[in-house]
Design a protein around this ligand. Structure first.
Ligand SMILES: [Zn+2]
Length: 217
């Protein structure tokens, strides 16, 4: 991962430290959105899911069941299977501009896929599994796609044995979450300054109004 000291609007206007990852802040306000994936497939939405080929171990994009050599030019005839979204909600990827297949391959080891909505050309993450709190995995997926994780997941769950993604990946998530909190704090401080300015402006207007009323008496 690249590190940077450059100031970017996508980082929320904060100067990043050398050891921080170059991530954009577009998704820090993102929240899960309810969506019925049981209908509209192919028409309203499509998914890009990479799976590991059971024979060669390669990350391959596949919809449903297929053999490796049916979807890519290869001699490998390994079996591939993807089910797509398994839960009826998604996590938005605002301003998504990656190659969608590269993105799906980047999260091959996570229980998530990329969904594309045809109507508005938007992209999102969707879970391909469930049964436990997958917040650590979701945050890692955001990271791998270049986003600071959403603050929605700031209260990460503790599991016996540590983060389910492993301690190193867990530390990376926490560091990135700190960036999300810092950007958000920066925005809140900005609102405070604006609010102070508005208070002063309203007080001045009130004063002017009083003066005008006194003159007309
Ligand atoms: Zn294969």
């Amino acid at each position: 991962m690249n590190t940077t000291r450059t100031r970017s609007s996508r980082t929320g206007g904060i100067e990043m430290k050398e050891e921080e990852e170059r991530l954009n802040c577009d998704a820090i306000d993102a929240k899960p959105v309810d969506y019925d994936f049981s209908k509209g497939y192919g028409e309203k939405w499509e998914y890009f899911e990479a799976v590991e080929c059971d024979k060669c171990g390669g990350a391959v994009i596949v919809q449903g069941e297929n053999h490796h050599n049916d979807v890519e030019k290869t001699n490998c005839d390994g079996y591939l299977n993807s089910d797509g979204p398994m839960m009826d909600y998604y996590y938005p990827l605002p301003g998504f501009d990656m190659d969608v297949e590269d993105a799906a391959k980047a999260i091959v080891d996570l229980p998530l896929c990329i969904v594309h909505f045809n109507e508005n050309d938007e992209y999102a993450l969707a879970l391909t599994g469930g049964g436990m709190n997958l917040s650590w995995h979701i945050c890692t997926a955001y990271l791998k796609l270049g986003y600071m994780p959403p603050l929605h997941f700031a209260e990460l769950p503790k599991f016996a044995g540590g983060p389910p993604i492993g301690p190193a990946a867990g530390k990376r998530v926490l560091k990135a979450m700190e960036q999300s909190i810092k950007v958000s704090q920066n925005w809140l401080d900005g609102y405070k300054v604006k609010l102070k300015d508005m208070r002063e402006w309203v007080a001045e207007c009130e004063e002017d109004k009083k003066k005008r009323e006194q003159k007309t008496k």
